[in-house]
Every structure is written in structure tokens, then in C-alpha cells.
Design a binder for this molecule. Structure first.
Ligand SMILES: Cc1ncc(COP(=O)(O)O)c(C=O)c1O
Length: 389
């Protein structure tokens, strides 16, 4: 069956972060919001039906994490990544940002140093700060329009107070899918230096056909015993409001310590999350493949539009997900003036590059998980606003 991603759905008035916070954040409701990372596509019917079916039973009591959900997740990782995950290495975690905070509390001490590679998803550096840890910036390099890790700088940054590195695999912003070689190099360096890797793989399921996602802990024995991985169907199936993700910790000691933290806080999932996640992993493959093809085409359209129509603005072609990193620096505007141009002249709400840490100035992140007609309208509005000044 062909799924329809062109449908425009009015999300205003649903307490949507993306739509119902526009006035607060951009000072107006009269914009196309292309910022926070959820999509405007209809949640797939097999998920809606699974929730409806559960609602037919009138009691919503305490619910166990179904072993069928863990089995569906493990079958998914096997099929999509040839990754054999054992259910005993997996725990439910409400959200991945929650998981990152718990990992910091579990595996590091106040005053420790935690490495992040900006420009990067802001909770990666806010979580260490909020937990009283120091942030070490190991900035990504941009080489031929692609992000690369700076291993020379990384090695110099690590000292005996550096205990964790938080990895976005694939990378947000920009959708860079890290190669096996890069991940092996990272695993080896961090293992030697005693730096635990927290690999956030929330965007993995949306990897385009131009790249291959490699789960971090599979790249070597050093990675398997020195990392934890977070995964979730929330982004790929557009259910982030349902709140549900997994930690995979193949190392028994790391698993036990993280599990203990979850137990202390009595953190588990809710019955609707279990239903939705299971439906996603069980029935979601065809829908997801079509959705990826759709956003991949949206991304191609954005990149070629700027190349042809507005060459001073450069969009990085993602290899995964729906978050395009756009470089406006040739316009020589301050970040404030750039935001003003986009909001007031173009009527578009993007994420400001400066919110992603060092390397973000002059950039904006555009969410293209929306019907193509909206992306197209946004591009024309930006082009018009820039040309008019
Ligand atoms: C890299 C990354 N991790 C985590 C999240 C959010 O995860 P959660 O909603 O499960 O906390 C996002 C959302 O944009 C993200 O881009």
C-alpha cells in the first residue's frame, strides 16, 4: 500500500510544542514552524489501531513490560542492523534525554568532565551542566560539506577527570551517519582512556539508502564493554508524545548499574507506550521505508533548491532523519538579524544554530518532516526574504 505523506494536518490547539508555542518563542503564530523534532505526518494506522484496541478494555491498571515488546525490538535490531540484542540486556527508559541524565548520574561523579561534539542537540551539554559536571567541547570539523570527528583534538582533551562522551549516532543536527571505521576509532580511544560512551541512536531508524547505520556497541569488543546505547521508535514513527525508549547495555556490569538507577527511581513505562512501540516494531517496516524515501526526497529538494536559487545559503545533505543543517553565514548577518529575517520577513520558525553550541553561529536547523508542499513554500519564502533583504 502507498502511504500518503502529502496530507496537511492542522495540529494547532493540540498542545503541540511545535505549533502551540510559536507565539511564545517567535512572537507570532503566523509562521510555518519547522523547528522542534517531531513530524507533521499522521501517526501510522497500525499504531493508532493498537492504542484503540487497548482502549476497548476498560481497566488501565499497573502493567508489566511485555516480553513480546522486547522480542519485537530484538527482532527489529536483528533485521535492520544485523544486531543480535538479548532481551536481558535491554531496559525500558521513558525518554532518551531522561536516559542520558540517568547515565550521567549513574556512571560519573560531580566535577567529572563529559565530552560532547558540537554543534549538537542541546540536552547533550545541558544535561552534564545541570548535573554539576563540566562540559568538554570537541567540535566537529566540516570537511567537503560533511561533519567529521576531530580525533587529534579529542585525544588532547581527555584527562583523568574525563569519564564520559555523549555521541549522537547519527548526528543531530545534520544527519551524519558515522561510519564503522570512525566508530571503531572512537571506541578504541575511549576504551584506552577509560571514557564511557553513551550512544544516542534515536535517529538511526531513519537512515537513508545512501548510508548504513552501525549500532555503536557492535563495532568492537572495546565498544561492547564500554558503551550503552539508547534507541526508540519515537522519532521514526512520529510518536514522541507517547514517551518510550530503550537502553541496550551488552556489558553486564554497566547494565546492572543502570538498572539499579531505574529501580531506585521506580521508573517504568506506561501501557500505551508499550502498545505503540510494539506495533511500530512489529508492523512498521513498510511504512517506515516509504517515510524515509519521502524525507530523503524532501532533503534532496532543499539542498538543490539552495544550490540553484540561493547559492549563498548552503544546506548539508543529511544521511538520516529530517533535520537539515543550513549555513547562512555568507549573508553576514548577526544571529539576531538572521532570526528576524526568517521570522519577520520569511514567516518561518527554525531552530537557531547558536542553540547547538560552538559552531552553530550563522546556521539554522530546518525540520523537513512535513508535507513537501510546505517545505517548498518555506524555501520560496526564505529565498524571497533573502533577496528582498
Ligand atoms: C539526538 C536526540 N536525542 C534525543 C532526543 C529526544 O529524545 P526523548 O524525547 O526520548 O527524550 C532528540 C529529539 O530531538 C534528539 O534529536
Amino acid at each position: 500500500m502507498d502511504y500518503n505523506f502529502d496530507e496537511r494536518i492542522d495540529r494547532r490547539g493540540t498542545n503541540s510544542v511545535k505549533y502551540d508555542l510559536c507565539r511564545t518563542l517567535f512572537g507570532t503564530d503566523d509562521i510555518i514552524p519547522m523547528w522542534v523534532a517531531d513530524m507533521d505526518f499522521r501517526t501510522p494506522d497500525f499504531i493508532i489501531e493498537s492504542l484503540g484496541k487497548r482502549c476497548e478494555h476498560p481497566v488501565f491498571g499497573y502493567t508489566i513490560l511485555p516480553s513480546s515488546l522486547l522480542d519485537a525490538f530484538c527482532a527489529w535490531t536483528q533485521k535492520r542492523y544485523s544486531w543480535e540484542v538479548h532481551p536481558s540486556d535491554v531496559d525500558f527508559v521513558p525518554g532518551i534525554v531522561t536516559g542520558i541524565n540517568l547515565a550521567i548520574q549513574t556512571f560519573t561523579k560531580p566535577g567529572d568532565k563529559i565530552i560532547v561534539q558540537p554543534p549538537v542537540y542541546p540536552p547533550f551539554f545541558n544535561a552534564p551542566k545541570m548535573n554539576g559536571r563540566h562540559v568538554v567541547w570537541n567540535s566537529l570539523k566540516e570537511v567537503d560539506g560533511r561533519f567529521e570527528m576531530d580525533f587529534d583534538a579529542l585525544e588532547k582533551q581527555i584527562d583523568n577527570r574525563t569519564t564520559m562522551l555523549i555521541l549522537s549516532n547519527p548526528h543531530n543536527p545534520g544527519g551524519r551517519v558515522w561510519s564503522r571505521e570512525t566508530l571503531q576509532k572512537l571506541a578504541s580511544l575511549c576504551y584506552q582512556k577509560g571514557v564511557l560512551i553513551v550512544s544516542d541512536e534515536i535517529h538511526a531508524d531513519m537512515t537513508y539508502n545512501t548510508a548504513t547505520h552501525v549500532p555503536f556497541s557492535t563495532v568492537s569488543g572495546e565498544a561492547a564493554c564500554n558503551s550503552i546505547v539508547f534507541m526508540s521508535p519515537s522519532k521514526a514513527f512520529n510518536i514522541p508524545g507517547i514517551i518510550g525508549s530503550f537502553i541496550v547495555a551488552p556489558d553486564k556490569n554497566l547494565y546492572r548499574r543502570f538498572h539499579n538507577t531505574l529501580m531506585q527511581l521506580d521508573l517504568h513505562g506506561n501501557l500505551f507506550a508499550y502498545e505503540a512501540m510494539q506495533a511500530a516494531y512489529h508492523d512498521g517496516e513498510e511504512w517506515l521505508n516509504q517515510m524515509i524515501a519521502y524525507i530523503q526526497s524532501n532533503a534532496g529538494m532543499v539542498v538543490s533548491y539552495f544550490t540553484k536559487e540561493l547559492p549563498a545559503v548552503k544546506a548539508m545533505m543529511p544521511e538520516s532523519s529530517f533535520l537539515v543543517w543550513i549555513d547562512f553565514s555568507e549573508l553576514n548577518l548577526s544571529d539576531q538579524a538572521l532570526k528576524q529575517l526568517l521570522v519577520e520577513k520569511a514567516g518561518i520558525g527554525l531552530n537557531e544554530g547558536i542553540s547547538f553550541g560552538p559552531g552553530g553561529a550563522g546556521h539554522q536547523r530546518m525540520n523537513i518532516g512535513t508535507p513537501r508542499s510546505i517545505v517548498s513554500e518555506a524555501l520560496q519564502r526564505i529565498s524571497h526574504a533573502v533577496k528582498e533583504g
